[in-house]
Structure formats: structure tokens, C-alpha cells
Write a protein that binds this ligand. Structure first.
Ligand code: MN
Length: 184
């Protein structure tokens, strides 16, 4: 279980949401993964490689552990602002930081059902946004994941009910861009 260095995230994510999302949902994925890995032949691999080789329930639980670890790690109550390097890359590949944020939110809003919206770097360093269903992670497509918004209802329903768009817009306030840039 990744430890959380916060127990609430201002007005953006409540303590109650975090207690269920981290303490119940993520905990269940971690427990399931720990039950399924022994004897799978994949137990000595890094999680990102497990995800690329596993199928079925093992893939789903391994994916959800990695996705949530990255999701919770990128937030802070006093987040570091975006640095010049990330700003330049976003401007190069999306036109502007605002255009990137708009497209990222739109991809989150229009993802049907449960899943994740991701910002990743491809093999040439170009930044791309992907919509991924359920437990999917861009590492299976050869991409390097940098930033992710969880759009499963369990991520926002207690705080925002059905207003997924409002939740996605609010998340920018707590993104620690230093964490995101370190993933480049
Ligand atoms: Mn989640």
C-alpha cells in the first residue's frame, strides 16, 4: 500500500472520499494482487512488467494498483507549479497549456463507463492523451505514463455526485507538477 502524505485535499477531494478510495478500493486491489501473484510466474517482475504480461483478474488488479499509486502520488496540498520544461512540451504538442487541459478534461468527460484519462510520452518524447477503460495503463502500449485522472465513479461520487466534469476541472488545483515532470 502506498502511504498518503495527506488525509484530505482542500476543497477538491474530501477526507471521506480518500478514506474509501485509498483505504477500501485501493486496499482491495492490493490484497487481491498479493493473493494472485504467487505461482503466476510474474511475482518477481516490476509492476509495470506484470501489467504487460498478465491477463484477466491479475491484469485488472495489477493495473489498478499501479494506476492508483500514480494517481495518489501526483497530488499535494501545496503543489509545485508547472516548470518551464513541461510547459514547453505541452505548448509544442497541444498549442497551449490551456488547450491541453481542455482536451484532457474533455477526454475524461467523454470516457464511457469506468476508466482513466492519461498524459503519456511516446518513444519519440511526444506527449499524447489516451482514454483507457477499467484498469488499463499506457505502459501496455509502449508509452511512458506521466499524469492520470481516475474517472471511476468511486473517485468523485461522494464529493461531486454525477458532476464528473466539475471533479476533473478541480483536480488541476492539486496537481504537483514536480511529481509529473519526474516521470518524464
Ligand atoms: Mn479509483
Amino acid at each position: 500500500m502506498p502511504e498518503l502524505p495527506y488525509d484530505a485535499l482542500g476543497e477538491v477531494i474530501s477526507k471521506e472520499t480518500l478514506s474509501f478510495h485509498h483505504g477500501k478500493h485501493l486496499k482491495a486491489y492490493v490484497d487481491n494482487l498479493n493473493k494472485m501473484l504467487p505461482g503466476s510466474g510474474l511475482e518477481n517482475l516490476p509492476l509495470s512488467e506484470v501489467i504487460c504480461k498478465a491477463e484477466g483478474g491479475l491484469f485488472n488488479n495489477a493495473g489498478q494498483v499501479m494506476n492508483h499509486a500514480m494517481y495518489f502520488e501526483q497530488f499535494a496540498n501545496n503543489p509545485k507549479p508547472m516548470g518551464e520544461k513541461m510547459k514547453a512540451l505541452l505548448e509544442r504538442d497541444f498549442g497551449s497549456v490551456e488547450a491541453f487541459k481542455k482536451e484532457f478534461e474533455q477526454k475524461g468527460v467523454t470516457l464511457f463507463g469506468s476508466g482513466w484519462v492519461w498524459l503519456s510520452a511516446d518513444k519519440d518524447g511526444k506527449l499524447v492523451i489516451t482514454q483507457q477503460k477499467n484498469a488499463e495503463n499506457p505502459v501496455t502500449m509502449g508509452l511512458t505514463p506521466l499524469l492520470t485522472f481516475d474517472v471511476w465513479e468511486h473517485a468523485y461520487y461522494l464529493d461531486y455526485q454525477n458532476r464528473r466534469a466539475d471533479y476533473l476541472t478541480a483536480l488541476w488545483q492539486i496537481i504537483d507538477w514536480q511529481v509529473v515532470e519526474n516521470r518524464l
